[in-house]
Design a protein around this ligand. Structure first.
Ligand SMILES: C[S@@+](CC[C@H](N)C(=O)[O-])C[C@H]1O[C@@H](n2cnc3c(N)ncnc32)[C@H](O)[C@@H]1O
Length: 486
């Protein structure tokens, strides 16, 4: 097929839709790659890399451009700003792309988009950047907020939020972790065989597989094209899930025969995990707000052949009297600001605001105050988010325990992989600035073991904040509550 549009033009149009019209990056990239299936694999990879890379480094790219252009990026015409950003990304991060190709293509694109009058400006700025890229002066560490924000392209409000909660070193580790390419992690379906058998099966299908250091059921896959091309995937032998999310099921540790309610379940990762841990016994009801979300759960349930799982459309904000004190386990994996998974969704950091994140913390409180009513006396409530935000995590836990004294935190360390146990937090220890400073850490005996059972006075370490860069997983928070028996 003759090409009427270049890969740079496609990357530009995609970026423009995301940054100027607010379209979600993962949605539009999926559509674009689908539409231009006829392009070569190399060209499709170029489009993805330029779009995701430009978004990922946007603050840094603007900082560089502002040093070379009299018109600052915020005052530029959106089309020109978009062309310049993606061009500087190629100059700085894509060694294989020659400078003249970047500049010439940017000029051509500006002309094609109706800005022939600015072709000299585009060419001049880019040639200048290319010549002096090594001499760009970045903010120094004496201005920690600005340094971290520009160096890692993270909006200042998020950096500030984290600097208020963690030391400079930990925040830098988180930011580095978010920029690293996240591996594809999957969880073995225990109903279909052992992780060892799945590993062999995947290797036969041409996939490179390693076992995640935290859980033997978690496999890291690489060298694969499409998941749906794998028979093992179509058969439901595994489910894509970050290892942090797998910990919800591990820590919940449901007893065989348990009655489980997952109030925000789509696309079904945690519900299906728990249904499998129940080994076909008990029941899981997986709920989400809309029919479209419920359908996503159904598709995954069908593929994984989980028979003890039903799906229902229901609003977690509205109380369902039929479930009052009926559940042995309630899973509340609630909507959140997602600051722990920004590595997977590069535009999220520019969309989320401090106010939105605080509103989400309020929404979580409202949902928790409804869904806690479903827990039977002696039963468990698991609260989790994929964010790094004390208001949504530790502060919500504090609020919950104060508001609903019939609940208490339950010790989670025995259920965690050994390397994570020291980072579990108690209620009083969750204000510590460093993960190493937690109460749980302090209450460990010298050889790093859990306290002996006779140490009953030790407060339970019932929650954990996982941090990318510090831990080998996404940013994630979980807490385990037990409803006291009457
Ligand atoms: C973090 S995701 C859940 C991920 C899921 N637990 C898993 O492991 O696959 C949060 C979910 O909450 C759902 N949600 C948002 N508001 C809701 C509401 N009022 N009632 C029920 N579900 C809601 C969203 O549709 C989204 O699917």
């Amino acid at each position: 097929m003759t090409k009427t549009i270049s890969e740079r033009e496609i990357a530009f149009a995609t970026l423009y839709e995301i940054t100027e019209n607010g379209v979600y990056s993962h949605v539009i990239l999926g559509e674009v790659l689908n539409k231009y299936q006829y392009l070569e694999k190399r060209e499709r990879a170029f489009i993805t890399r330029v779009v995701e890379g430009t978004l990922e480094h946007q603050i840094e790219l603007d900082y560089i451009l502002d040093q070379f252009s009299k018109t600052k990026t915020r005052k530029m015409k959106p089309v020109i700003r978009c062309i310049l950003r993606m061009s500087v990304y190629q100059l700085k991060y894509m060694d294989s792309v020659p400078v003249h190709a970047v500049c010439n293509e940017a000029v051509k694109l500006a002309v094609k988009k109706g800005f022939s009058g600015l072709k000299g400006f585009v060419n001049g700025v880019l040639r200048n950047v290319a010549r002096s890229l090594d001499q760009v002066k970045y903010p120094g560490k004496e201005e920690p907020l600005r340094y971290l924000s520009v160096r890692y392209s993270m909006p200042e409000w998020i950096v500030k939020l984290w600097l208020d909660a963690y030391s400079f070193e930990v925040v830098e580790q988180i930011l580095q972790g978010l920029q690293e390419k996240r591996p594809l992690t999957v969880r073995c379906n225990p109903m279909q065989g052992t992780p060892e058998a799945l590993k062999k099966r995947l290797e036969k299908e041409g996939v490179t597989v390693s076992v995640h250091p935290y859980l033997k059921e978690a496999l890291i896959l690489s060298d694969l094209d499409h998941l749906s091309a794998l028979e093992s995937f179509r058969d439901g032998a595994f489910q894509v899930q970050d290892v942090s999310s797998m910990l919800v099921g591990e820590v919940a540790d449901p007893a065989k025969g348990a009655k489980v309610l997952d109030v925000c379940a789509a696309p079904g990762g945690k519900s299906i995990h728990i249904a499998q841990l129940l080994d076909g016994t008990g029941s899981v009801e997986a709920r989400d707000l809309t029919e479209a979300k419920a359908e996503l759960i159904r598709e995954n349930v069908k593929r994984c052949k989980a028979e003890n799982l039903t799906v229902k459309v229901a609003d977690a904000q509205c109380e369902d009297p039929d479930w009052k004190e009926q559940a042995d386990l309630v899973i509340a994996d609630l909507p959140c600001s997602g600051l722990g998974v920004m590595g997977r969704k590069p535009d999220l950091k520019y969309r989320m605001t401090k106010e939105d994140a605080l509103q989400l913390a309020e929404l979580q409180r409202q949902m928790l105050s409804v869904v806690k009513n479903y827990v039977a006396p002696g039963g468990t409530l698991m609260y989790s988010t994929c964010t790094i935000h004390r208001a949504e995590n530790e502060e919500n836990v504090k609020w919950f325990l104060k508001e609903f004294p019939e609940f208490e935190l339950e010790e989670i360390r025995p259920y965690l992989p050994e390397v994570l146990r020291a980072d579990a937090q108690t209620l009083s220890g969750c204000d510590a600035k460093d993960p190493e400073d937690t109460d749980a850490q302090k209450s460990r005996s010298e050889n790093g073991q859990l306290p002996e059972t006779k140490d009953t006075a030790a407060p339970p370490a019932g929650m954990i904040q996982l941090l990318p860069g510090v831990h080998a997983c996404d940013g994630f928070f979980l807490a385990k509550f037990r409803k006291k028996k009457r």
